[in-house]
Design a protein around this ligand. Structure first.
Ligand code: PAY
Ligand code: ZN
Length: 312
């Protein structure tokens, strides 16, 4: 059996296994699935993703960009992303088949590959990149984007988990992924960043309590998404604008995408477990991957439908 045959959602996968699986999809779905590269990492790995596009290039479709794993220890985020990819490509459900065909999908399950490998080899709770800064390692890649960089909710201490880095885009991972996203400027209607944990749906901004000009639309999409996630297993999400719903945080990817590439709908989803679940936290048991994937996809389907309804 090749690696692609053993790939699944009853265990957390290694970076190599997920990359091999993504490559296998390009062979299984030629002309539909193509590899994309969001640049390189400090340790010279590739930031590998896929684009799913039926009738690729023949007509421009609205774009949906999904980024996960920017924080290394949040293993459920990449696992949920690959679950969604698989459903879009294989489901018998007509709604999912339509969504697969009517959008250009961009998926990066691992925005921080070096960190993810480090959580497998050395420190399960590593969050940051792996570039040395003085005597400590890594910057927080979700505090490193060039939008109100370094202003609030960050640390200037390189040893801290929320170290913003010495400058905006100091980390090659955020810099090169941002370059890739910039190449899609105007083509992304919806940007989603998967994190864990706390069960939140979050939207801009993180640097201020001021709301984005389309806040009323954000609220509507937020409401339908939370309802849809709850339907299947009763999983309760809350949230709102990042600054008020969770805490001030500047330099996050969703704010940057909202402000810089015209992704007018830009969300961060904090997946399972719930905020008070100190027992498991980042170590969500692997038998929760599939239920998390199912309810998150329910939420995403509702989100996309409302975004479309609102005319984006
Ligand atoms: O913009 O997504 C945002 C900010 C919120 C997240 C962040 O700090 O980047 C929230 C945390 C995360 O997913 O990294 C929450 C988790 C539980 C943590 O590590 O504190
Ligand atoms: Zn995170």
């Amino acid at each position: 059996k090749g690696r692609a045959d053993v790939y699944g959602w009853t265990a957390y996968q290694t970076l190599d296994d997920t990359y091999n699986w993504l490559i296998s999809l390009t062979k299984l779905y030629p002309g539909v699935v193509t590899l994309i590269e969001g640049g390189k990492t400090y340790e010279k790995r590739s930031i590998l993703g896929i684009k799913i596009s039926y009738n690729n290039g023949q007509a421009q479709k609205p774009g949906i960009f999904i980024e996960a794993g920017i924080h290394a220890r949040e293993w459920i985020a990449p696992a949920t992303t690959t679950y969604i990819i698989n459903q879009l490509l294989t489901s018998d459900d007509a709604v999912l088949q339509d969504l697969a065909k009517n959008y250009d999908w961009y998926f990066f399950p691992h925005a921080n590959p070096d960190g993810y490998v480090y959580t497998h080899t050395t420190d399960r709770l590593w969050r940051k990149t792996r570039q040395p800064h003085g005597t400590c390692y890594g910057a927080d890649p979700n505090r490193n984007w060039d939008f109100y960089w370094g202003t609030v909710g960050i640390s200037t201490n390189p040893c801290s988990d929320t170290y913003a880095g010495p400058s905006a885009f100091s980390e090659i991972e955020t810099k090169s992924l941002a370059n890739y996203i910039k190449s899609l400027e105007g083509k992304i209607q919806l940007y989603v960043s998967f994190h864990a944990y706390s069960q939140y749906v979050l939207y801009p901004y993180g640097h201020t309590s001021e709301l984005p000009d389309n806040a009323a639309d954000y609220k509507r999409v937020f409401d339908v998404t939370v309802d849809a996630i709850k339907e299947r297993y009763g999983t309760k999400y809350t949230g709102g604008n990042i600054y008020d719903a969770i805490y001030p945080a500047s330099g996050a990817s969703v704010d940057w995408a909202y402000a810089n590439v015209g992704a007018r709908m830009s969300f961060c989803l904090e997946l399972r477990p719930g905020a008070n679940s100190l027992l498991t936290g980042f170590r969500l048991p692997a038998d929760k991957i599939i239920p998390t994937g199912e309810e998150t996809l329910d939420g995403l389907v509702a989100m996309i439908s409302e975004v479309k309804e609102l005319g984006y």
